[in-house]
Design a protein around this ligand. Structure first.
Ligand code: XMP
Ligand code: MG
Length: 183
């Protein structure tokens, strides 16, 4: 491990597991889109950056990349479902086959808002590929067709996910030691 060895309590998803599963997912999704002209991946900043980069490179069909940044109003720890656009799409997505790349689906409120927004912009089709999914996600009615890993209900960092903007660059997903939060 690198500089972060002292901060990590345990690894939830290893670098090897990520590599293997991303390839599987990319092939699974591509099989479903084989008859289209290509897809438009919409990455949700910043968390989805690592996953989107690896997924796009493993995806064997023509791909365009777009990014959005959104933030939930209210408390940072829990998602309220009221969303503010920090960075909008750079161009029209009308008639595109959109695949939303998400880092993690927890309450699903952010995603539910995003799907309505993309539909209102006239996408030809919209599906979601989420790198991680937490147990609460099953309680809400958000159609997440493709999921990398179902993980326990713990706060995780790494591979795009942060704690106070740190740990995004870790090549795996892990849980922080409790003392990190009281530093
Ligand atoms: P909802 O609840 O709307 O929120 O599905 C999803 C967003 O919440 C953040 N999130 C996390 N971020 N570690 C993180 O670094 C976690 O364990 C975690 N759980 C939820 C994340 O921004 C995600 O897009
Ligand atoms: Mg965050």
């Amino acid at each position: 491990m690198g500089w972060y060895a002292d901060d990590i309590e345990r690894i939830i998803v290893s670098e090897e597991q990520i590599k293997e599963r991303t390839k599987e997912l990319a092939e699974q999704v591509a099989a479903d889109y084989a008859d289209r002209d290509g897809v438009l991946l919409v990455g949700v900043l910043k968390g989805a950056v690592m996953f989107m980069a690896d997924f796009a490179r493993a995806f064997p069909l023509p791909t365009e990349l777009e990014f959005m940044a959104v933030s939930s109003y209210g408390q940072a720890a829990t998602s309220s479902g009221v969303v503010r656009i920090l960075k909008d799409l750079d161009r029209d997505i009308a008639d595109k086959h959109v695949i939303v790349c998400e880092d993690i689906v927890d309450s699903g409120l952010t995603l539910s808002w995003l799907l309505r927004y993309l539909a209102s912009r006239g996408a030809a089709s919209i599906e979601v590929v989420a790198f991680l999914r937490k147990p609460d996600a099953v309680k809400v009615d958000v159609p997440v067709k493709y999921v990398g890993f179902d993980i326990p209900n713990e706060f995780v960092v790494g591979y795009g996910l942060d704690y106070a903007e740190r740990y995004r660059e870790l090549p795996f997903v892990g849980v922080l030691k409790p003392e990190v939060y009281s530093r």
